[in-house]
Design a protein around this ligand. Structure first.
Ligand code: ES4
Ligand code: ZN
Length: 336
C-alpha cells in the first residue's frame, strides 16, 4: 500500500530492541549445532525451527516468553556469534528504514554462563561499525540489568572493570532494566541508577508492561529515568500521564510484543490514541522481533491499521523519536 511505502521511508529511530531478541529460530539452530550446544530434549518446541516458531505464537505472558529467550541465547558463545546476531538485526532495520537504533543487551545472561563481557561487546561493536559504514545506520548500546537477579549481583556486574570501561569510554551510552517485571519494582535498583547518573550514563527502565502504573512512578522518582520502556499502563493514571507530558519523558512502546505477551488483546487496545491526544511522547518499537512476529515496520503498520494516524501525526511520532534519542545533536540535526 502507499502507506506502507510512506512508513518505510520515514526516518525511524528504534529505542526498544533487545539484540538477544533478534535471534531467529533458524540462527538459533545453526549456532546450537556449530557450538555443540544441546537444546532441551524434553520440550517438543525444540524439535525444529518451525516447531519453535509455532511455540512463540502461543506465549501466555512475559515469563513464558523469557523462558525461551534465555534458552535461545545459550547458543551465543563467540564474538562472531554476537556479531552475526547484531548484523542480522541491522540488515532488517535497514530494510525497514531505520536511521538510528538504540539497542539493549543483557550482559548478565551471558556472563553467568561463562561468556565474557568483552566477547559480547566485541561482536556487537563490530556489527555496529559495519552498520554505520555499509547501511548508514547509527546506533547506541544500552546495557540492561536483569531485575529477577539479586540486586547485589546486579551491582557487582555494574562495578565489573570491563563493564565500567565500556561506560567510561562511551561504547555503552546508557543503562536499562528488564526481565520479569513483577515482583521486582524499580526502587530496588536505586543504587545502580544513582551511580550510573554520576557517570553521565543515560537511564531508562522497563515499567508498566505487566506491572502497574506505580512502577512508572517509581522509575521516575527513584531511578531518575529519562525514558520509560513500554509504559502502556500509564494510561490507567491520568495525573501521572500529565506529569509525563510535562517532563517530556518518552515511552518506547512495542505494540506487537504487548499482543503476543497478552498485555493487551489487540493492537487497538494499546493506548496510542490516548497518548497522542494527551501529548505523551512515544516511539514505536519491535522489542524482540524474532520472537514476536515482526520488526519495526510491522509494528508501524499494525499501529496504522488500528489507529489510522494522519501523515502529520506520523511525522510527529518520528520527530519525537529523533528528539528522544541519545545520539549526538549533529546526528539528530541530520535526521530532522
Ligand atoms: C523483554 Cl518484552 C520484555 N520485557 C522484559 N524484559 C525483556 N527482555 C527481553 N524482552
Ligand atoms: Zn523489552
Amino acid at each position: 500500500s502507499p502507506l506502507h511505502a510512506f512508513l518505510q521511508a520515514l526516518p525511524k529511530c528504534e529505542h526498544h530492541i533487545h539484540l538477544e531478541g533478534a535471534l531467529t529460530p533458524a540462527m538459533l539452530f545453526t549456532l546450537a549445532s556449530r557450538n555443540n550446544v544441546t537444546l532441551p530434549q524434553d520440550d517438543a518446541a525444540f524439535a525444529s525451527p518451525e516447531a519453535l516458531l509455532a511455540r512463540y505464537g502461543r506465549f501466555t505472558f512475559l515469563d513464558d516468553f523469557l523462558h525461551y529467550y534465555y534458552i535461545g541465547m545459550s547458543v551465543l558463545i563467540s564474538p562472531n556469534d554476537f556479531e552475526l546476531l547484531a548484523w542480522d538485526y541491522f540488515q532488517h532495520a535497514a530494510a525497514d528504514g531505520v536511521a538510528h537504533a538504540e539497542v539493549f543487551f543483557d550482559p548478565q545472561a551471558h556472563m553467568e554462563r561463562g561468556v565474557s563481557y568483552a566477547t559480547v561487546l566485541k561482536g556487537f561493536s563490530t556489527a555496529r561499525e559495519r552498520a554505520q559504514k555499509e547501511l548508514g545506520i547509527s546506533s547506541e548500546l544500552i546495557c540492561c540489568f536483569l531485575r529477577h537477579l539479586p540486586v547485589p549481583d546486579c551491582l557487582a556486574t555494574f562495578e565489573d572493570p570491563d563493564v565500567q570501561e565500556s561506560f567510561v569510554d562511551g561504547s555503552v551510552r546508557g543503562i536499562g532494566l528488564d526481565s520479569s517485571e513483577k515482583p521486582f519494582p524499580p526502587e530496588l535498583f536505586e543504587e545502580i541508577y544513582w551511580r550510573a547518573g554520576k557517570l553521565g550514563l543515560r537511564r531508562t527502565a522497563h515499567a508498566g508492561e505487566e506491572g502497574p502504573a506505580t512502577y512508572i512512578t517509581s522509575a521516575l522518582d527513584t531511578l531518575n529515568v529519562e525514558r520509560i520502556d513500554h509504559g502502556i499502563r500509564l494510561a490507567d493514571d491520568k495525573e501521572l500521564m500529565q506529569r509525563v507530558v510535562k517532563s517530556g519523558t518518552m515511552l518506547s512502546v512495542c505494540p506487537l510484543s504487548n499482543v503476543l505477551l497478552r498485555c493487551v488483546k489487540t493492537v487497538a487496545e494499546v493506548p496510542v490514541r490516548k497518548f497522542l491526544d494527551a501529548g505523551v511522547k512515544f516511539s514505536i518499537n519491535s522489542d524482540d522481533p524474532a520472537y514476536f512476529g515482526g520488526y519495526i515496520l510491522d509494528n508501524y503498520c499494525a499501529v496504522h491499521e488500528a489507529f489510522d494516524l494522519s501523515v502529520k501525526e506520523w511525522a510527529g511520532v518520528c520527530r519525537a523519536g529523533i528528539e528522544g534519542s541519545w545520539c549526538r545533536q549533529d546526528r539528530k540535526d541530520k535526521m530532522l
